[in-house]
Design a protein around this ligand. Structure first.
Ligand code: FAD
Length: 462
């Protein structure tokens, strides 16, 4: 127990807000998917909150924040707990505030949806589907993850090939967050200002509502195509990704050495062949088949959702993004992963050279996507973990070859994808979370700037 906190008073002040305090349950809610990293396992396995609050409304969430402020309780907002960097792990005990009770889809209009932060993404997509719309970008974890967690913790996903990054103009229309003070206040950010909380890991405000762009519902066919070599698969991914006349929501390429780890869909992937997974608009499938034929691909599987469900098969996206790592981990506990950028222009020759250089410890996996309008590939290789030193050597090798790494083996926000402090995030934290209670310990730079006023922190951005 965090002995400096008067837990009896905290619980009394929480009043009717449901709480969980059974140690096993609190321990379970104190974890996310950081365990994909052996380094984070070592660092975070012992971290645990003392209490989990489960507000059922924005008013109850505000009450939790007010109580935390009054009694100086460290707090972590938690959606589905599917983050990979320990973002939802409490480093200093305290209280987890689970948002799943705030799940209302408030408004669906032309090209937009307004939704409470705790709504699960799968449920949101289902509500949109009924109106002929869908989220342009969603993570492969949509059944567990919340929309608030995705905006606070995520960056891209299925759909990024067509719609770019979450941060791209128009994807997040507006965002409302509560401050942590005696009487929490609502702050609404619009357009580019939403970046002040997007991908800030919940360190600078409790997001309660989001207005997001929607896209017309696609008639997506799931495809699997196999290739003789990884170079051919990657080159085909790059060619397909560049064909904006063919509507694709997902293009994933996988090393032949990954396929044997899959215990489902494997029979559609060919023996000892590299694989491309796709989501292609039904009307474009004939053109897709033609293109694959020209590029040396063998189309192994084309199904819509109804056919796939009738065959009791999983969705192809359950083998994409970090689900690839999840599938391998089911079989091989020594597996981990990296996050690397393959910038434009894409060149399969460089990938083949890299594959040779990295040898048997690294298995190739790329997600084709648009970054700042250009076709890129997010490289999420499977890495057989040998030691911290070997992992560092592999990262250094990527960097030396000109492929920037976003280190996923750290829980410090400045050491991961951002690679530097985001002073606009921290200035807002100073305003909305003056006692520094939200997700404490995740920003190293916060300790240095917390005594400055917001304008002085913002000025450090340069
Ligand atoms: C197998 C697998 C595949 C994945 N694929 C993708 C992918 O394709 N793209 C991608 O971007 N990510 C991906 N992720 C990471 C993660 O699933 C997503 O970012 C996801 O959307 C997080 O949602 P969540 O509700 O689980 O968030 P959580 O894990 O609960 O929280 C994530 C972060 O957001 C904060 N947070 C949560 N709710 C709020 C709120 N209301 N206000 C403020 N802060 C809040 C938390 O404190 C935490 O820092 C994947 C993870 C796994 C395990």
């Amino acid at each position: 127990m965090n002995s400096r906190i008067d837990w009896r008073a905290v619980r009394a002040a929480l009043g009717d807000v449901p709480v969980l305090d059974r140690p096993a349950v609190v321990r379970q809610r104190s974890r996310d998917f950081y365990w994909y990293s052996p380094l984070l396992r070592r660092a975070l396995d012992g971290c645990c909150a003392e209490l989990v609050a489960q507000p059922r409304s924005e008013a109850e969430l505000a009450q939790c924040l007010s109580v935390a402020y009054t009694y100086r309780v460290p707090i972590v907002l938690r959606g589905g707990g599917t983050g990979n960097y320990g973002q939802a792990v409490p480093l200093e005990g305290g209280m987890i505030i689970e948002t799943l009770g705030l799940d209302q889809v408030a408004e669906i209009g032309p090209g937009m949806v307004r939704v409470a932060a705790g709504c699960k993404i799968g449920a949101l997509n289902a509500a949109l589907r009924a109106t002929g719309a869908e989220l342009p970008i969603f993570p492969s974890t949509q059944d567990m993850a919340t929309i608030g967690g995705f905006i606070a913790g995520g960056s891209a996903g299925i759909g990024s090939l067509r719609h770019g990054m979450l941060r791209d103009p128009g994807n997040i229309i507006a965002l409302t967050a509560l401050s942590v003070e005696t009487t929490p206040r609502r702050h609404t950010f619009r357009g580019a200002a939403t970046e002040l909380l997007h991908h800030a890991w919940g360190i600078n405000g409790a997001i309660v509502e989001l207005t997001l762009r929607t896209a017309p519902l696609g008639d997506w066919m799931q495809t699997i195509t196999s290739f003789e070599t990884y170079g051919a698969a990657f080159a085909a991914g790059a060619t397909l990704g560049a064909r904006t006349d063919l509507r694709c929501k997902l293009v994933t390429t996988l090393d032949a050495r990954i396929v044997p780890y899959f215990n489902r869909l494997r029979e559609y992937m060919g023996a000892d062949r590299a694989v491309m997974l796709g989501m292609i608009e039904r009307a474009d499938v004939p053109a897709y088949r033609q293109l694959m034929d020209v590029l040396g691909g063998r189309v192994e599987f084309v199904m819509d959702d109804a056919q796939r469900e009738a065959e009791h098969l999983p969705h192809v996206f359950e083998f994409s993004y970090n689900h690839t790592t999840a599938q391998v981990l089911k079989v091989d506990k020594s597996a981990t992963y990296l996050q690397v950028l393959v910038a434009a222009p894409l060149d399969a020759g460089r990938i083949v050279a890299l594959q040779r250089l990295l040898g048997d410890d690294v298995l190739m996996h790329h997600e084709f996507s648009r970054l700042d309008g250009q076709l890129v590939a997010f490289d999420i290789p499977i890495v057989h973990y040998r030691s911290d030193e070997r992992l560092a050597e592999i990262m250094a090798c990527y960097e030396a070859e000109g492929f920037p790494v976003s280190n996923p083996h750290t829980y410090i926000i400045e050491d991961g994808g951002m690679k530097r402090a985001n002073y606009r995030h921290l200035a807002l934290k100073r305003e909305l979370d003056p006692r520094g209670l939200l997700n404490s310990g995740k920003s190293r730079e916060w300790a240095r700037v917390r005594h400055l006023d917001p304008a002085a922190i913002r000025a450090l951005e340069g």
